[in-house]
Design a protein around this ligand. Structure first.
Ligand SMILES: Nc1ncnc2c1ncn2[C@@H]1O[C@H](COP(=O)(O)OP(=O)(O)OP(=O)(O)O)[C@@H](O)[C@H]1O
Length: 278
């Protein structure tokens, strides 16, 4: 029995011996014309820590290595992926389903902003509708020959991420954090959620870890000291990267040119973990 057992089997995914009700399977099949090999979810305990940036750069890195990458932007209320890739056109469809938009370098992307008339329209929908929209990005979009799909998950551990985890067969997740107070609690929540859903955690990424001053090469910890190593040890996880604050990153994102960012070794180091999933 799970140490967190609340005697309510309907809200639990554990296969324990005490189970009273059969496990409900909420998983959805992708579109019948889709072919997706591996799905990696990028999650964060709270917004604004760089989840979309990590999602985008991982897709760019794998694409540069010759793998067909895709991004499913499940962050419906804060969709920043089309902006980072400079995508302005709208998604189209046929009687068979919806087609993702191809970025300049061939990454397939689907996001709510590719369907809304105006990018600036707010998505003032309740959780179940948002959850269903993300499900449809999985079931109604034709994802052709995708080697690695990266999902920019909605921030937090609430209703919407839960729906996404239950409906989409995610092969592994990466948790993105920043070096601030509360990180320990936020990571613990994300880890518990992944454990409940039986989803492997590939590792942790600390974004905005430090800033390296170009004038004196010194590293400054703008958001305070990092505790990511202790947190990783506590949960028996690997720290995949400690990414610096880099004004060049925000500049390319703002100009829709993320595919031109030359990246650094961190991204290549992270990508080796995806091959372990294959
Ligand atoms: N390491 C970094 N250096 C400089 N700017 C960064 C870095 N990481 C992220 N940013 C910038 O910070 C902003 C927030 O990043 P991003 O959109 O990736 O966060 P998020 O966690 O996905 O947020 P949300 O959950 O609100 O969508 C963006 O403008 C991005 O360009």
């Amino acid at each position: 029995m799970s140490e967190n057992c609340n005697q309510n089997c309907s809200s639990c995914s554990d296969d324990c011996t005490e189970r009273k009700e059969p496990k409900t399977d909420f998983s959805e099949k992708p579109h019948e014309l889709s072919n997706i090999k591996k799905v990696i979810g990028i999650v964060s305990g709270k917004g604004g820590v760089g989840k979309s940036l990590v999602t985008s750069m991982l897709a760019v890195t794998m694409n540069r290595m010759g793998y067909h990458s895709a991004i499913l932007d499940a962050d419906v209320t804060g969709p920043s992926i089309p902006k980072a890739f400079g995508i302005k056109e709208k998604a189209t469809g046929s009687e068979f389903g919806l087609f993702p938009i191809k970025s300049k370098t061939g990454i397939d992307i689907m996001s709510i902003n590719l369907l809304l008339e105006n990018d600036t329209d707010p998505v003032v929908w309740r959780g179940p509708i948002i959850g269903n929209t993300v499900k449809q990005f999985w079931t109604d979009v034709i994802w052709s020959d995708v080697d690695f799909m990266f999902i920019d998950m909605p921030p937090g551990t609430g209703d919407v991420p839960l729906t996404v985890f239950q409906s989409i067969a995610v092969d592994g997740i990466i948790i993105v954090t920043s070096p601030q107070e509360l990180v320990s609690m936020i990571v613990s929540k994300a880890v518990k959620m992944a454990e409940m859903m039986n989803i492997p955690i590939i590792g942790l990424v600390e974004n905005m870890s430090y800033f390296k001053c170009p004038d004196n090469d010194k590293e400054y910890k703008i958001f305070g000291d990092s505790h990511i190593e202790e947190i990783a040890k506590k949960h028996n996880l690997e720290v995949l990267a400690k990414l610096p604050i880099d004004p060049k990153i925000s500049a390319v994102c703002d100009r829709g040119l993320i595919e031109l960012f030359d990246g650094n070794l961190w991204w290549l180091k992270m990508s080796r973990h995806f091959f372990e999933l294959v």
